[in-house]
Design a protein around this ligand. Structure first.
Ligand code: KG4
Ligand code: ZN
Length: 380
């Protein structure tokens, strides 16, 4: 069977097609259109703009995915009044849908899956409404998927046989919207051990970058500056920042105090030179890494976990990645990190989570009204 997965929870419009057979899978197509350049001038993701961009991008991305695969195409008849109702809040998408989808026809897709949360609700709704319009047109069921579950199962691309994933596993999810430690007791059974009480770690990277006059998204920029200092073998600087909650007796995180401490430190300085920026970047990166490692190690130890999965955009960070590699080796834990292009938001991870759910006997639904965007959806 073939799954078509759709992801629009933040600023990437992404679609993937996955072929599933006998407990195995094959990626047929995967396309992502990033809106980063559009959001850059606002210094962050602007929900109304993200919604508009998704509406404009979904049909071209679908078209380009389908053009990459060979498929049997049958004719479709568009039910205009039904589509108008499903897409009443997405006029741009409705117009394109009516113009383009009869040309696209009905491919041999058996299931549509779509991210229904967590994320920006206006952005999530576009993908959800699109999945419903496709479902109504192609007569194919829809399976809603939790975005964080997608980040977890993105590692299946490296470990198809799931040979090294032993339960309980621990997932550390670190992105622009999330920082959480999730205990995976078995496939699809989760317990959130801890999470951030304020800013997500990626958000902290982005905010500190702004204090240093660096462009959005800030993570890669901070990382570049810090890396420069590491190359120069700098270990000590004149800056010293607090390590929020590092010794607290729980698995929670907090990053807003750290950001404020950096703000005050920067304000005290008359002029921030390039060297200051590089040093602050280095200290900030070291501080957050230390906190992440400490809390994750505590969760591994206290829950008898031997498999660690790390997902989300922030694990693209070289220093964080290396530090976790070192810690896992010392702790004799098997570490799973997705390949670089699957660390950021993408639809392939949504397709992989769908694959896991199908394997556990779950099915898609035709009751489309039951599927809603849930900005704060939790894993459970
Ligand atoms: O997972 P993701 O693409 O989107 C969300 O679901 O949020 O994560 C995006 C976040 C941004 O905050 C970005 O600054 C951060 O990941 N990021 C990084 C790096 N690359 C991206 N943070 C630190 N170091 C990086 N190299
Ligand atoms: Zn994400």
């Amino acid at each position: 069977m073939k799954i078509l997965a759709i992801e629009t929870s933040c600023d990437e419009t992404s679609i993937a097609i996955l072929k599933v057979k006998n407990g195995d899978f094959e990626v047929l197509s995967h396309k992502t259109l990033s809106q980063v350049e559009t959001h850059k001038e606002y210094g962050g993701v602007f929900p109304a703009l993200a919604k508009r961009e998704h509406a404009l991008n979904l049909i071209p991305v679908l078209d380009s995915c389908l053009s990459e695969i060979e498929y049997e195409k049958s004719e479709v008849k568009l039910d205009e009044s039904k589509l108008q109702k499903i897409l009443e809040r997405e006029p741009d998408l409705l117009k394109q849908f009516l113009e383009e989808v009869s040309k696209i026809g009905k491919p041999d897709i058996d299931l549509i899956s779509v991210t229904h949360g967590p994320g920006l609700e206006p952005a999530l709704w576009v993908g959800i409404n699109f999945s419903k319009a496709l479902s109504a047109t192609w007569n194919v069921p829809v399976m809603p998927i939790n975005h964080m579950e997608g980040h977890i199962y993105s590692v299946l691309m490296n470990d198809k046989e799931k040979a090294d994933i032993k339960f309980p596993s621990l997932a550390l999810l670190i992105s622009g919207g999330h920082t959480e430690l999730v205990l995976i007791k078995d496939w699809l059974h989760y317990e959130i051990l801890g999470q951030t009480r304020d800013d997500a770690i990626g958000e902290a990277f982005d905010k500190v970058a702004r204090l240093l006059d660096l462009p959005y998204p800030g993570g890669p920029e901070i990382s570049k500056l810090a890396e420069k200092k590491r190359q120069e073998n700098v270990t000590e600087t004149s800056w010293d920042f607090p390590k929020p909650m590092i010794n607290s007796d729980d698995y929670d995180f907090s990053f807003s105090g750290l950001k404020t401490a950096i703000l005050y430190a920067v304000q005290k300085k008359e002029k921030l030179g390039q060297n200051d920026k590089e040093e602050i970047a280095l200290e900030f990166e070291n501080t957050v890494t230390e906190v992440l490692i400490k809390k994750t190690k505590k969760a591994l130890d206290e829950n008898g976990v031997k498999t660690l999965i790390i997902g989300g955009g922030v694990i693209a960070n070289k220093h964080i990645r290396k530090s976790f590699e070192k810690m896992s080796e010392e702790e004799n834990v098997s570490l799973h990190i997705p390949e670089q292009k699957l660390t950021t938001d993408n639809a392939l991870m949504i397709a992989l989570a769908t694959f896991v759910r199908l394997e556990r006997g779950e099915k898609g639904v035709f009751e489309l009204d039951s599927i809603k965007a849930q900005g704060n959806l939790k894993l459970n």
